[in-house]
Design a protein around this ligand. Structure first.
Ligand code: NAP
Length: 270
């Protein structure tokens, strides 16, 4: 892995997988830039990490990344403060479950703005100085949901398919210039995600991974210079099945499961 001389910038660091990246990277000696909307929560994480790890700096920047120009503002603020970002963890993301036609269109647009637009803009902004220094890394949080179309989670799954495709291509371009790009594909993980996205039949699996497990596997894969990783053995088996089974069979099985759980009914699972 890139050695912790500069800063690791983590989006969505106020909870779940992003917060756990902050904890495990701080334990490896990284200084951090933490980004999310919840200022109080970011300050709490910042305080805990600063007192637990001597010699690291932790900066909290509260920001709504769906606001137009927010990624550029974030980049300018880190540049102005001379915070050299050697590792970008593009993690912030939301889901929205329900029948596509019944979802609030603003909510759908915000999901695309966060999961795709902000992620691409941040990668573009921070990749350039990394390439000039010929050092650095970018971790993109995709999902096993990006491996197949998911009825009643149609746009979310499509945003994650975008992240996966974008990252796989970027890995090849960036490695020529000394920068390592990796996509992480977790399955259902114990976080606030489903509280925001809405509960689904897949959010109650008997054995979900914890954020700590997802991040431990991710950092190990990043150390080994992998281009992408599916975390968790059962998720890896699921991805093998998703790539082997006919797409139409998968989409109709998922649609039936979602309808049984009333996810497709307007007003439910929103
Ligand atoms: N949990 C799962 O089952 C699962 C599975 C596969 C992939 N993932 C992916 O993992 C990533 C992290 O999700 P999580 O599971 O850790 O969920 P989470 O606990 O809900 O965390 C989401 C993070 O994103 C931040 N965020 C949301 N909207 C934002 C905005 N407009 N601007 C800036 N930050 C924003 C949230 O902070 P604020 O609310 O304070 O802004 C929070 O820190 C997402 O990309 C998700 O798609 C999750």
């Amino acid at each position: 892995m890139v050695s912790p001389q500069g800063y690791a910038l983590i989006t969505g660091a106020s909870s779940g997988i992003g917060e756990e990246f902050a904890r495990q990277l701080a334990a490896r000696g990284w200084s951090l830039v933490l980004v999310a909307r919840s200022q109080d929560r970011l300050e709490q994480v910042r305080g805990e990490l600063m007192s637990a790890h001597m010699g690291i700096d932790v900066v909290a920047i509260p920001l709504d990344l769906t606001v137009s120009g927010a990624p550029a503002e974030l980049f300018q603020r880190t540049q102005a403060a001379h915070l050299d970002v050697d590792l970008l963890v593009n993690n912030a993301g939301v889901g929205a479950l329900g029948e596509f036609a019944s979802l609030d269109l603003n909510r759908v647009r915000q999901m695309i703005d966060l999961n795709i637009v902000a992620l691409v803009e941040l990668a573009h902004l921070y990749l350039q100085p990394m390439m000039r220094r010929r050092r650095g890394g970018i971790i993109h949080i995709a999902s096993v949901a990006g491996f197949a179309p998911l009825p009643y989670s149609a746009v979310y799954a499509a945003t994650k398919a975008f992240v996966k495709s974008f990252s796989d291509a970027l890995f090849e371009e960036a490695c020529q210039r000394g920068v390592h790009v990796m996509a992480v594909n977790p399955g259902t993980t114990e976080t606030n995600f489903f509280r925001v996205a809405g509960e689904s039949p897949f959010s109650h699996r008997a054995r979900m991974q914890t954020s700590a497990e997802v991040v431990r596997e991710s950092l190990r894969a990043f150390d080994r210079k992998k281009s992408s990783i599916v975390t968790g053995t059962s998720n890896r088996l699921l991805v093998v099945a998703l790539t082997l089974l006919p797409r139409r069979w998968i989409t109709s099985a998922v649609a039936r499961a979602m309808r049984r759980a009333n996810i497709g009914v307007p007003g439910k699972g929103q």
